[in-house]
Write a protein that binds this ligand. Structure first.
Ligand code: BGP
Length: 466
């Protein structure tokens, strides 16, 4: 049986919009998702897991189940309903109360400043395509560093790549723009620049604690050994992995990364201008990241694709319906020989191992890693309060083993946050795709520990992967 280090943090992850509910309560400002979900008529983020009222229950569960830390996010529009300017004291109080409850129970809050929920006024104004919003984000970050001095772990952003690609490439998030590489790259760069500025403010201001960023990083492998497929995987990798890690740890884009991005843009008849002055802040921040947060749910196999972009994003859990072909990059193929979730996400724990080893080799200044999200989306069955989620335990066991191997091979991984702590609502999949250690009955808001919660507790107590 493999082991984890003694000081390894075992956590559970959440995000404000996916768990809090109370989306219009106590002065909270709107976000684009509020109207988007109503327009789609599928479901809304109310009540979600009613974390706004239930957080003491969730903290208590953490304590009981030996979960050391809750990864959560501050809803920017609870603090600044318009994104900037007037402060909403009730929002500020809510988070102070939450942090105090954590402190009382010895649970570490691991705080993200932005998890897909830009205040609506700023979102409608161009979100991170608009450089004014970079300034607003940085001001919001600085306000939080000063106000919430009880926090010791800060992440600037959650998943910059999915923000940019879901908004402007795949169109699965509002404003539902598809196949716009220029907007995708501009958004990626502006958010990385905003991250760098926030890091520099944090470090120059000598705030206590650690700061980092949470990236979604999933390996891209060539579908075959053909040169064309190797190149397609390289292009996908450059845009979705290297662009982010170069920006984070080099403070500029390497020649290889930038050439790949230019190639993708050219294939789509687009160009991007980046202000060279941005690299000043980015280079200054490159060695100041205390940690890298990694969200990892699977891996991708890519082959050459020469046609127009076509997509089908599996939002229903109907296996085998996913299609992903992007002009100028390639096609992510279905691997029939590998297990998949009902939402067509390929389960490949070795991908996590390969990714970690690669980061250590390619970006030696990465400092340390927290796995900030990983977990299995599953249609849990609830029978008289009992939830036997054996496939989730199996998924976790395999990923913990991969992690332990990476640690043995010298990667500095200091903690793991399962997605998700309790069941939450899923952005494009609603309430049926469950990830939690604790089952939430969304009608009564009662929590029930799943079988996996007992497994997780044992791993946390023994630091042994059972
Ligand atoms: C990540 C997000 C989370 C969460 C998770 C699962 O990209 O950071 O917020 O939603 O993915 O995704 P989904 O709910 O689409 O299955």
């Amino acid at each position: 049986m493999k082991k984890l280090p003694k000081d390894f943090i075992m956590g559970g992850a959440t995000a404000a919009y996916q768990c809090e509910g109370s989306t219009t309560l106590d002065g909270k400002g709107p976000v684009a998702w509020d109207t988007f979900l109503v327009e789609k008529g599928r479901y809304t983020a109310d009540p979600a897991s009613d974390f706004y009222n239930q957080y003491p229950v969730d903290i208590e569960l953490c304590k009981k189940f030996k979960i050391d830390s809750i990864r959560m996010s501050i809803a920017w529009s609870r603090i600044f309903p318009d994104g900037y300017g007037k402060i909403n004291q009730k929002g500020v109080d809510f988070y102070h109360n939450f942090f105090a409850e954590c402190e009382k129970n010895n649970i570490i809050p691991f705080v993200t400043l932005h998890h897909f929920d830009t205040p609506k006024i700023l979102f409608d104004n161009g979100d991170f395509l608009n450089r004014e919003n970079v300034d607003h984000f940085v001001d919001y970050a600085e306000y939080c560093f000063k106000e919430f001095s009880e926090v010791r772990y800060w992440s600037t952003f959650n998943e910059i790549y999915p923000v940019a690609s879901n908004q402007y490439l795949l169109g699965s998030f509002p404003p539902e723009v598809q196949f716009d590489i220029k907007k995708t790259v501009t958004c990626l760069h502006n958010m990385m620049y905003a991250h760098a500025r926030a890091v520099n403010i944090f470090k120059d201001g000598q705030y206590k604690g650690e700061i980092g960023v949470v990236h979604s990083l999933e390996m891209k492998y060539p579908a075959t050994e053909k040169q064309e497929d190797i190149h397609a995987a390289e292009l996908d990798d450059a845009l979705s992995i290297k662009f982010l890690l170069d920006a984070t740890y080099l403070g500029y884009y390497s020649e290889h990364t930038w050439n790949c991005v230019l190639k993708i843009l050219a294939a789509n008849n687009q160009e991007v201008q980046i202000d060279e002055n941005d690299f000043f802040e980015m280079k200054k921040a490159a060695n100041r990241n205390d940690f890298l947060g990694i969200n990892n749910y699977g891996s991708h196999w890519v082959k050459e694709y020469k046609g127009e972009s076509t997509l089908n994003y599996n939002t229903t859990g109907e296996k085998g319906t996913q299609v992903y072909r992007i002009k100028g990059i390639g096609e992510r193929i279905v691997r029939d020989d590998l297990p998949k979730t009902d939402w067509d996400w390929i389960i490949y724990p070795k991908g996590l191992y390969d990714l970690l080893v690669r980061i250590k080799e390619e970006y030696p200044n990465y400092n340390k890693v927290y796995i900030t999200e990983n977990g299995l989306g599953y249609k849990d069955e609830f029978e008289d309060g009992i939830i036997m989620d054996e496939p989730r335990i199996d998924y976790l066991r395999q990923h913990f083993n991969a992690l332990s191997d990476a640690i043995s091979d010298g990667v500095n991984v200091k903690g793991y946050f399962i997605w998700s702590l309790m069941d939450v609502f899923s952005w494009v999949n609603g309430y049926t795709k469950r990830y939690g250690l604790f089952y939430v009955d969304f009608k009564t808001q009662k929590r029930y520990p799943k079988e996996s919660a007992y497994w997780y507790k044992q791993v946390s107590e023994t630091k042994t992967i059972i």
